[in-house]
Design a protein around this ligand. Structure first.
Ligand code: ZN
Length: 477
């Protein structure tokens, strides 16, 4: 029996009890803990460090695209929510409302933001006067609150962290173009930073954002074959501009309403990468977001020169921009191996007297569980850097292959049910009618995730009428 067997048994089996595996992993690796208020989570330092890496990578991309960061208030007047009819209807069931403050009943109740289209629309209305003020493109990193009945850390919690970008343009074409550009930006980010393949495309009317003209999403396939919505972009047309009087004087001197769009990703992304890459030993973190990329474990640490050699390697790797860490705690090497494997650190370097004498280091890859003692210590920076890039590519390729193999084209509700029961996504023709979409939900507990841009199916899987779209259906988190 392998050394790690006893340790693995602390985590539920990934194949037979995936939900429990997820809960065990997020708690035991200290990513999160439950907050005292039901449905809230505490993001612990190891989890928050992943979020900070996600933030840094995304923020750089937004800046590059010309978006500025700002911060808008947490509290929104209740009346704002009611200005856009669909928006209030969509969010009403999950909104938390403040009615008392300072020991008094408030004259107007205040909503804890579930999203900020209304308050940002209000402020944009104030700031936009002329075509010269456009486009206005701002993003905020903040928390939002959506009161949820059933919750799971990172996937669905009452309060979560996210970014929400909001833009107003003079024309619908420009606003729509940014809706697509941000969807592409998210897809590229998922691929290169999270090593996670995604399906991107338009959402159906039923699945779109409350108040939007069109919503686009990126969906990722989790280990169990369910889908996780990992980011969305929304084209609002003039809906919010009209509700909040976002008007500008155009070049021809006439007063016109602007066109708005928004886009967001949240701490859900952490849940997505856990369930995309994790295995029976626990987390497998993509190198670009791993808080520790290389853990250095001294072997026979008390022998002369071992700890010094580990610290010197750590310093060299850090100088080369690698997040390296020596585990110099007094636990046994075996214990350390298990701990860092469960925590998903991409690479482990073992350094003992014999390695040091030979000028070698033993490197263990978390994703493949392969160990190689042939690496030259003198060339550590280059080799570790290359390995981290290889891991990234291999993680993506593995997940992409799984997703490709597990998308089945189906032609009836029965075939669809069978496909999703066996952990697949189902691709099918759809007439565009809500009734057929509802029938799939009822029959197979699967929803339309996104429309396939590559529309090839000719008939609706439910009613047999001509297909207007080809849809990816899946069970979803
Ligand atoms: Zn139909």
């Amino acid at each position: 029996m392998a050394k790690n067997e006893q340790f693995v048994s602390q985590i539920a089996d990934i194949e037979t009890d995936f939900p429990q595996w997820y809960t065990d992993v997020v708690l035991k690796t200290k990513l999160v803990d439950y907050g005292p208020v039901k449905g809230t989570m505490v993001i612990r330092p190891y989890g928050y460090a992943i979020w900070e890496n996600i933030q840094r990578e995304l923020d750089a991309r937004f800046r590059e695209a010309g978006v500025e960061n700002a911060y808008f208030p947490l509290l929104i007047p209740l009346s704002f929510m009611t200005k856009e009819a669909e928006h209030v209807e969509g969010f009403a069931p999950e909104v938390a409302v403040v009615t008392h403050a300072g020991g008094e009943k408030l004259q107007e109740p205040l909503v804890v933001r579930p999203t900020s289209e209304t308050i940002i629309g209000h402020m944009f209305g104030k700031w936009v006067e002329s075509w010269r003020d456009l486009p206005l493109r701002q993003n905020q990193w903040c928390n939002v609150m959506r009161w949820e009945k059933t919750t799971r850390p990172f996937l669905r919690t009452s309060e979560f962290l996210w970014q929400e970008g909001h833009s107003v343009y003079a024309t619908g074409e420009e606003a729509e173009r940014e809706t697509f550009a941000m969807l592409r930006l998210y897809g590229e980010f998922a691929k290169t930073v999270l090593c996670m393949p995604v399906l991107t495309g338009r959402k159906t009317e039923k699945e779109k954002f409350a108040g939007a003209v069109a919503t686009y999403g990126m969906e990722a396939m989790m280990h169990d074959g369910k889908s996780l919505q990992s980011g969305t972009t929304h084209y609002m047309g003039q809906n919010f501009a009209k509700a909040f009087d976002v008007r500008f004087t155009d070049k021809d001197g006439t007063l016109k309403y602007g066109y708005t769009m928004s886009y967001g990703v949240s701490t859900r992304l952490i849940g997505a990468l856990i369930m995309t890459h994790g295995d029976r030993r626990g987390l497998v973190l993509p190198p670009p977001v791993a808080p520790v990329q290389v853990v250095i474990v001294p072997i026979a640490a008390k022998k002369e020169g071992v700890l010094e050699a580990c610290r010197s390697l750590e310093a060299r790797l850090k100088r080369a921009g690698v997040r390296a860490k020596v585990d110099d705690s007094d636990n046994s090497p075996g214990w350390k191996f298990n701990e860092w494997e469960m925590k998903g650190v991409p690479l482990r370097v073992e350094l003992g007297p014999r390695d040091i004498e030979n000028g070698k280091m033993t490197v263990f890859r978390r994703d493949t569980l392969e160990k190689d003692d042939g690496y030259a210590l003198s060339d550590a920076e280059t080799q570790i850097g290359e390995l981290l890039r290889t891991i990234c590519k291999d993680l993506y390729d593995r997940a992409e292959r799984r997703m490709r193999e597990r998308i089945l084209t189906v032609h009836s509700p029965e075939e669809l049910l069978d496909a999703v029961n066996r952990g697949n996504f189902a691709r099918a023709g759809w007439c565009g009618e809500r009734a057929c979409e509802d029938r799939v939900k009822e029959f197979a507990q699967a929803t339309a995730r996104v429309l396939d841009e590559n529309h090839t199916e000719t008939v609706c899987l439910c009613c047999g009428k001509p297909a207007k779209h080809t849809v990816f259906f899946a069970r979803a988190y």
